[in-house]
Design a protein around this ligand. Structure first.
Ligand code: G1P
Ligand code: ZN
Length: 547
């Protein structure tokens, strides 16, 4: 059968295709309902500028549904006049590597198939992220426009009668008038890392007495980490654990934190077998950094990278500035101030860093949720953070714990923790949130955990580059000694609601720098539970995840 463009009519559009912080994320089952994936892709192809005659990048984290989605997107892209579609062997492409491919090939954007760290498989989640020509998540103006189209969609265009795409080998094939290029998804990314980091120094470190463990969590970073750490840098075979991407991530929850990457955490925190450990999430944009008996919280990680950036060749000339999301601790702010760098506080979500990076105002940015990145791409980048740390370790030749201790001795320590209450009833979460929101004006001047509430607000952000205003980004209680508590509802969960409680307290270099964070934050934890009635309203004795 010759390839023909089909116009499929829809009897009713899908009402629930609102992309959140990280694209459209739903259960795999939902994505398998007829026309669901197609409708979202159609809406995206109608909104993205430059589709006809343009280049589009497509790939994903290998989860269940990845290959099918690539086939559908290719046939729809061809029907919409895309000239060139770039995808990867096996369709495996990490989010950071996708960002790089988009930029490197002058593409109009990309479609990244991932639900990030959410579990995969037929019973798990699937997701579609639409990135723009700068390689980053599309701004709200585009996602809003896509959503608007989904609501009135009456049909879509797709090519039919085409053979299956051959994804197993690099090479080129035609899909009607569109060229499909299958490239090695790892190669270009590895070349980029070699430009940024001192591979000779890191190789020397890893070939010496410096055993490390990397956990790919059966997700997308396996092939990248194996080629880089074991291949190019000479770490022993077996350094990369769970390195083969599986459709259901081996039944795990590919989120690199102390709860879901507990095997690695136990190896590093409960034994002396390894000097350094790291893990990345499903699509490879998150990272967790561990030292021997030392957990590096992500806010501190951003601060350490900022303070030591010039040790890496890609950043040897210094930084333009740094940015962190609002819930991230102010550890990086203190370093930025010391270095005389501009420092920005943005709402949660990577897209807010994009404008600052594009405008050259910042070089590094990060979030408390295990996301760190730089101007090399427009997504956070898990393996990049791991290599940055290894570069610093190779140059400083000190244990991770000592680097942290020296950092706090110089800049002071931001005790920090995030408590997540996952999959709680939506009404309970929204009720709790709304109540605190309404109480806020009366809270200023009140006592809280032995301090006084100086400011109580709902975080809003005016983008310094384009002047756009984003409000309703999280309830903040800022205390008179610089401590704070923030409440936020997650925008990425797919079951019920998730309440996030962010706790932070600063101790200057002269103070007690070696407490357990949960103990150091104990009075804030008790006080916010009293104020927001977290335990009673969620019906949970303790958080699902404590970071
Ligand atoms: C979470 C994180 C946020 C991150 C996002 C995408 O969003 O908290 O920092 O940008 O995932 O990885 P949330 O579920 O809190 O809306
Ligand atoms: Zn991710």
């Amino acid at each position: 059968m010759a390839a023909t463009v089909q116009q499929i009519s829809l009897s009713s559009p899908f009402a629930d295709q609102k992309p959140g912080t990280s694209g459209l994320r739903k259960s795999s089952k939902q994505f398998e309902t007829p026309h669901y994936l197609e409708s979202f892709i159609e809406s995206s192809l109608r909104v993205l500028p430059g589709v006809a005659g343009g280049t589009l990048v497509v790939g994903g984290d290998g989860r269940y549904g990845n290959r099918r989605a690539i086939g559908v997107i290719a046939r729809m892209a061809a029907a919409h006049g895309v000239a060139r579609l770039i995808t990867t062997t096996g369709g495996i492409l990490s989010t950071p590597a996708a960002s790089h491919l988009i930029r490197q090939n002058g593409a109009i954007g990309g479609v990244i198939l991932s639900a990030s760290h959410n579990p995969g498989g037929p019973e798990g989640d699937f997701g579609v992220k639409i990135n723009g020509a700068n390689g980053g998540p599309t701004p709200e103006s585009i996602t809003d426009a896509i959503f608007a189209v989904t609501q009135t969609l009456d049909g879509y265009r797709i090519l039919e009668g085409t053979p299956e795409l051959a994804l197993d080998q690099p090479g080129s094939q035609q899909l009607s008038a569109m060229t499909v290029e299958v490239v090695d998804g790892v190669e270009a990314y590895v070349a980029l890392m070699q430009k940024l980091f001192d591979f000779d120094a890191i190789g020397d470190l890893l070939r010496g007495d410096f055993p490390i463990a990397f956990d790919a969590m059966h997700a997308v970073t396996g092939p990248y980490a194996t080629r880089i750490l074991e291949g190019l840098l000479g770490a022993p075979a077996g350094t990369v654990r769970n390195g083969t991407p599986l459709e259901d991530f081996g039944g795990g929850h590919p989120d690199p934190n102390l709860t879901y990457a507990h095997e690695l955490a136990e190896l590093l925190l409960g034994s002396d077998a390894y000097r350094f450990g790291a893990a990345c999430d499903g699509d490879g944009d998150r990272n967790m950094i561990l030292g021997q008996r030392c957990f590096v919280n992500p806010s501190d990680s951003l601060a350490v990278l900022t303070a030591n950036a010039t040790l890496a060749p890609g950043y040897a000339d210094g930084l333009a500035g740094v940015a962190r999301s609002m819930p991230t601790s102010a550890a990086a702010d203190v370093v930025a101030k010391d270095l005389g760098l501009p420092c920005y506080e943005t709402p949660t979500g990577w897209k807010f860093f994009g404008n600052l990076l594009d405008a050259g105002r910042i070089t590094l940015c990060g979030e408390e949720s295990f996301g760190t990145g730089s101007n090399h791409i427009r997504e956070k980048d898990g393996l990049w953070a791991v290599l940055f740390w290894l570069n610093i370790l190779a140059r400083r030749r000190e244990p991770v714990a000592q680097i942290m201790a020296e950092h706090w001795n110089r800049f002071g320590r931001h005790y920090y923790s995030r408590h997540d209450y996952e999959a709680i009833a939506s009404e309970a979460a929204h009720g709790l949130y709304k109540r605190v929101q309404e109480m806020q004006p009366a809270l200023v001047g009140q006592a809280f955990a032995g301090r006084t509430i100086a400011t109580a607000d709902d975080f809003a952000y005016t983008d310094p580059v384009d002047g756009s205003l984003t409000s309703g980004q999280g309830l903040r209680l800022l205390l008179d000694d610089g401590s704070r508590v923030v409440l936020r509802l997650s925008g990425t969960g797919t079951q019920g609601a998730t309440l996030r409680v962010y706790l932070e307290s600063y101790v200057p270099p002269s103070g007690n720098l070696s407490q357990d964070p949960q103990a150091a934050l104990g009075d804030l934890i008790t006080a916010i539970d009293g104020l927001a009635e977290i335990k009673t309203r969620t019906g949970m004795d303790r958080p699902t995840v404590i970071t």
